[in-house]
Write a protein of this length. Sequence first.
Length: 122
Amino acid sequence: MSLNRYATKRDLNERPIVDALRAVGATVVQLDKPVDLLVGFRKETYLLEVKQPKGRLTPDQEEFYLGWQGGVLYTVRSVEQALACIGATASSRVTDNRDQWEKGPHGVEIGPRRPATEDRRS
């Protein structure tokens, strides 16, 4: 197994797209292959390939797109396109209410805490 000695070249528009996705509350993981971004938003997963306005898919990317049996793959060229793919807008606000979340096994947050119910036994 050989190690890549060179950093992967990122598209110039990728950083603003990643920043915008994170600003609306999405989880973003930057990948090298098979796509640029793995995005989680509102319990959905999205695969995004970032390209410059006139950029094209490489032959390997085309092959991956043709063989992919999962959900939709998106090619995005702007912040607006990326936000539209996940159903968000630039004006979406992030509210951090994790202090109200329940803890599951191993301390993992599993969702909003259920309201406490009163004991009505008399």
